[in-house]
Design a protein around this ligand. Structure first.
Ligand code: ADP
Ligand code: MG
Length: 238
């Protein structure tokens, strides 16, 4: 089943077109990684799926619903950014539950969902701490926890690991993979890091200058790059 579908999606800022009529179909529970050099339109594409940017043309569907005009909160998505904005004055527990609280979920349900997310991400010991007392990796886990508690159909990640040091980045990759296996939601993940893309993706989408150059499994793209750009970006042997 197709979970997210982009059809001839265009983004313009004034006269400048930064995403040129892209098509992309993402299946239910698939882990898809958008990768490409800085400025190629990855974040813009993700933000259009999220509803944080209006689209200038085309159609975006989530599930079987056209969402072109829908507000982010009505799209059944959760987004995790690279600068994981936690509420500094709230404990981990309250950070995790806040989104559900403002959506007016019953207190008992909030508690259950928060406990479950904490268990999945190993946050149990940290629940009463403030963000200032957490390491970078722990903060990132809380940011992911906040996305999980909402139990969306689709997770959107924009370079969630780019502020972490190399060792932690590798560790968090494993965590994200585990998270995907466990909750089995659809994930659209943006990175400029080829290795991260190749390790995480079921399918990888290689972008350049607002176009999609190639879509395929990491192996397909590595073994059969469609052009020299893809080959050199992915590091395929010549
Ligand atoms: P990436 O995430 O791949 O690095 P972006 O999607 O952030 O790339 O940006 C794609 C292009 O759109 C870039 O050329 C960027 O300068 C431009 N861009 C992004 N946001 C805006 C904006 N708000 N106004 C004008 N241009 C923008
Ligand atoms: Mg970006």
């Amino acid at each position: 089943m197709t979970e997210v579908s982009l059809s001839q999606v265009v983004k313009r800022y004034g006269q400048l077109e930064v995403v040129h009529a892209i098509d992309l179909e993402i299946r239910h529970s698939e882990f898809v990684v958008l990768v490409g050099p800085s400025g190629c339109g990855k974040s813009t594409t993700l933000r259009m799926i999220a509803g944080l940017e209006e689209i200038s043309g085309g159609t975006i569907k989530i599930g079987d619903k056209v969402v072109n005009k829908l507000a982010p909160r009505d799209r059944n998505i959760s987004m995790v950014f690279q600068n994981y904005a936690l509420y500094p004055h709230m404990t981990v527990r309250d950070n995790l539950g806040f989104g559900l609280k403002i959506a007016k979920h019953p207190e008992s349900e909030i508690q259950n969902r928060v406990e479950e997310a904490a268990e999945i991400l190993g946050l149990g010991m940290l629940m009463d701490r403030l963000p200032a007392a957490l390491s970078g990796g722990q903060r990132q886990r809380v940011a992911m926890g906040r996305a999980i508690v909402r139990n969306p159909d689709v997770f959107l990640f924009d370079e969630p690991l780019s502020n972490l040091d190399a060792k932690l980045r590798v560790q968090m990759r494993t965590e994200i993979k585990k998270l995907h296996k466990r909750v089995n939601n659809t994930i659209v993940y943006v990175t400029h890091d080829q290795v991260e893309a190749m390790t995480l993706a079921d399918r990888i989408v290689i972008m350049r200058d607002g176009h999609i150059e190639q879509v395929g499994t990491p192996l397909e793209v590595f073994d059969h790059p469609v052009n020299t750009f893809v080959a050199s970006f992915i590091g395929s042997p010549p």
